[in-house]
Structure formats: structure tokens, C-alpha cells
Design a protein around this ligand. Structure first.
Ligand code: URA
Length: 217
């Protein structure tokens, strides 16, 4: 394996950072300064040190991130200079799915593409639970409609699709709006926002609490 790939897999440095560190003499392989970023290393037997610390080979990295408000999760959505979740993390990781800019909570970031694919596959119906607040009250009829499936509108105002069965639990409906939890078994674009809009309501906050077996710490 190439040295730059090894360091990126271990979450230590990107390819360009490896090059810079090689030039500065910050990387050794078996005690000898590396001379090229692409030099071959044997992960199981060679000892690679980065800035004086031995790098333990871990082919996969998993990060449970509590995404803050205002950070985009997909690099293609960002405006120039806007922070993305990747700016919060070691290089080489990618987000497993996405959350809207103003949704907070659990995101899994990894470099294990197979696991990400399994968790995101629509056929697997991996559950995701979110805590939400909405601007207006939610009636028992709203809850029943959300649970049994609502029609989502596309950009032209036509019907895009009908949502699958889900679970909605109200935790507070005493004020002007309402708060609750919703568990989806699918993941459509802006799904919860659009589901509430289908009931003439509006999300005021959204936070992901679980993703499959993972529960936000
Ligand atoms: N549904 C939404 O509307 N937004 C999210 O970020 C996640 C689910």
C-alpha cells in the first residue's frame, strides 16, 4: 500500500498533507525518513511514525458526529467557503447519508464504503429517529396521517411520492406549536420538512437521535 493511502486510511493526513510532511521529514518508515509520499509500506509489518508518533493501522475509521446547526453535510450543497462536516474531521472520511444544514444530531462518518452502502440502501429500511418541533399544533388526525403516509410535493407543486408508514410520538403539545419524535424507515430528500408541510405545518427544529442501531451519545 502507498504511504499516502496508509496515512489517509488511518485518518492522519491527506495525500497533499503527506507530501508536505515528507518534505519536512515528519514521516519515518522503520525509523528511516520517508522520501516519497507514494513509497510502498506493508501495513502489518512496517512501522510508520508521523510527527514522532507510531501510527497504528486501522483500515476503517468510524466517527459518530453530533452535527451542529448551520454546517452542511454534503460538499455539493455548499456555498463557496461554507463549512461542511468534513472540515470537522480527519481526512479520508465521508458522511454516511446527509442532514439538512439546520438539522443537528447524529451523523456517521466513515471510510468503510460497504457499511455505508448497507446502511443507506433503501431495501434495508434502516430506522432513523428524529426529535422535532413544529410551528403549529399537531392534531390526532395529523399524527395519524403522518404515520400512514402523506403525499410529498415536488418543486413544480405536483405529487412526488407517498411516504411509507412511520411512527410519530408527541412529547409536548401544550404550547402554540408541538414537539415530538418521528421514526422513519426510509430517507427521502427533506422528508420530515416536506411531511410537515403536507400537513400545513412547519418544522422549527430537527435533530437526529438514532441511525439504525446507533444512538447519539
Ligand atoms: N428530514 C428532513 O427534512 N431533514 C433532514 O435533515 C432529515 C430528515
Amino acid at each position: 500500500m502507498r504511504l499516502d493511502k496508509f496515512l489517509s486510511l488511518c485518518g492522519k493526513a491527506s495525500r497533499s498533507e503527506t507530501l508536505r510532511s515528507v518534505r519536512r521529514g515528519e514521516i519515518t518508515v522503520n525509523g528511516v525518513p520517508a522520501r516519497r509520499g507514494d513509497c510502498p509500506v506493508e501495513p502489518d509489518t512496517d512501522t510508520v511514525a508521523f510527527r514522532g508518533e507510531t501510527v497504528v493501522y486501522r483500515p476503517y475509521t468510524y466517527v459518530m458526529l453530533h452535527k451542529p446547526d448551520g454546517v452542511v453535510s454534503a460538499t455539493e450543497d455548499r456555498l463557496a467557503g461554507e463549512p461542511t462536516v468534513l472540515d470537522l474531521l480527519p481526512p479520508g472520511l465521508f458522511p454516511c447519508g446527509r442532514l439538512d444544514k439546520h438539522t443537528t444530531g447524529l451523523m456517521l462518518l466513515t471510510n468503510n464504503g460497504k457499511l455505508a452502502h448497507r446502511l443507506l440502501s433503501p431495501a434495508r429500511h434502516v430506522d432513523k429517529t428524529y426529535a422535532f418541533t413544529v410551528k403549529f399544533p399537531l392534531s390526532a388526525e395529523d399524527v395519524a396521517a403522518l404515520e400512514s403516509g402523506v403525499s410529498l410535493r415536488n418543486a413544480d407543486g405536483g405529487t412526488d411520492c407517498v411516504t411509507a408508514l412511520c411512527r410519530v410520538e408527541l412529547t409536548d403539545c401544550t404550547g402554540r406549536g408541538a414537539a415530538g419524535r418521528i421514526t422513519l424507515h426510509e430517507g427521502k430528500y427533506h422528508q420530515i420538512k416536506r411531511m410537515m408541510e403536507a400537513r400545513h405545518n412547519q418544522i422549527t427544529s430537527l435533530a437526529r437521535l438514532t441511525f439504525g442501531p446507533l444512538v447519539l451519545d
